[in-house]
Structures are given as structure tokens and as C-alpha cells.
Design a binder for this molecule. Sequence first.
Ligand code: ZN
Length: 241
Amino acid sequence: MDSLRDPEHALVVLSGGQDSTTCLYWALSRFAQVSAISFDYGQRHRVELDAARTIAAMAGVGHTIIPINTFSALGGNALTDQQMSPDTGPDAETLLPNTFVPGRNLIFILHAAAWAYAKNIRHIVLGVCQSDYSGYPDCRDDSIKAMQVAVNSGMDAQYTLHTPLMWRSKKDAWMLARELGGDALVNLIVEESHTCYMGQRGQREPWGYGCGTCPACRLRAAGYAAYAQALADLGQNCPKG
Ligand code: ZN
């Protein structure tokens, strides 16, 4: 199978969540060399970065953590502002959830491309998704394509931004993980990846750890339930359901 792999080097933006972990394994299945990059942007909970560290180590890929400490100074969102709590509904004016960190993915892409530049890495893999997303406009296909144009022009380089989950539902993201690494990878994602906005890792649910009630947990739980149902429909059992 190795002869079918792209001989080039890919950089995965790894948050430590379900989607970017799936994308890490997607990249490993396609590229000869894979590295991961995470951003320490003042997230409310360090558990996310810890998950990214663990997942990169388990996958055996080099992992770099870049500090970006400007988001909390910019303010106005529940992921970096300790005074705000992640809510369940959209802001009345912007219709965006208050977990929206304005431009976060755009800033991540810019930093990832800048880091990759000198290393001659031109494939950047992102776990963003438009079809089953949390309402963040910088996850949309148009935003990513615009950033590809921006970094290629601004750095006079030829990057390709890969978004394997862009048009997949959360259920299909679990399905992709199963295709890539079987039940072992699904179990790894359930056990090690972190999604919960509240940073909770207490109770183990079929879909992993989390509070179970924040928007991120609900999206992940619903996706896993649909995945488990799809497997049941196929007459297959979910691992450790
Ligand atoms: Zn939660």
C-alpha cells in the first residue's frame, strides 16, 4: 500500500478533538510523512491540549505546540473568556454561539502555513466540517478555499488545504475512523480525544468523556448514536457500546 501513498509531508492541525484525530489518521493513510501542530490559545481547559499531546504520541508523529495568546485579549467568546460560560443558543445579534472565537481557524491556518513554510511542507490537513457543524463560519468550505488562496499568494507557495470531513456528518466521521483503523481507532478516538467545552472527563459515555450537555458533547453524542445505529442496521456491533 505504501507505493500508493503521496511521498510528501503533511501537517495536521490537531486540536485533540474527534475530528482532528480522525484527520490525523486520514493523513497517515495517505502521506509518507505526517506531523501535527496544535495551538495553545488560552483555551479554558488544558485537557484539550493534553489530549492532542497523547494522541500525537500514540500515532508516533512529531508534534509542535505554538502559543497564540492573543484570543483572550481580543475577548468576547466563551472558550477563552473565563467570565463567560459556553451557552446552548446563538447570540441574539450575530446568531453565532458564544463559543465562536472570531477568525480562530483562519488564524490557525495562517500560523500552520507559516510554520510549514521553511520546512517545505505544503499539505495542511484540517478537521473542519460544514455539513454538521457548530455554526462557525470559518469552518465553511468557502472560508478554507479563500485561505488557501491567501496563503498561496501571500507566501508565494503552493499549499493544499485538505478537509476530509468537510461534507461528512458526525456519523460519517465515525464511519471514516472505522474505515481507516477499524474498531481500534474508533476506541482510541472515544477514549483519548476531547470535545467537551466544559473540560469534563469524568463519566465515560459510549461516545467518550464529557459533560454530555454542552453543545459540543451533544453533537458528538448524537453523531455516535447515529453511527451505532448505522452499524446495528448493518448487523454489526459497536465496540464497547
Ligand atoms: Zn460537554
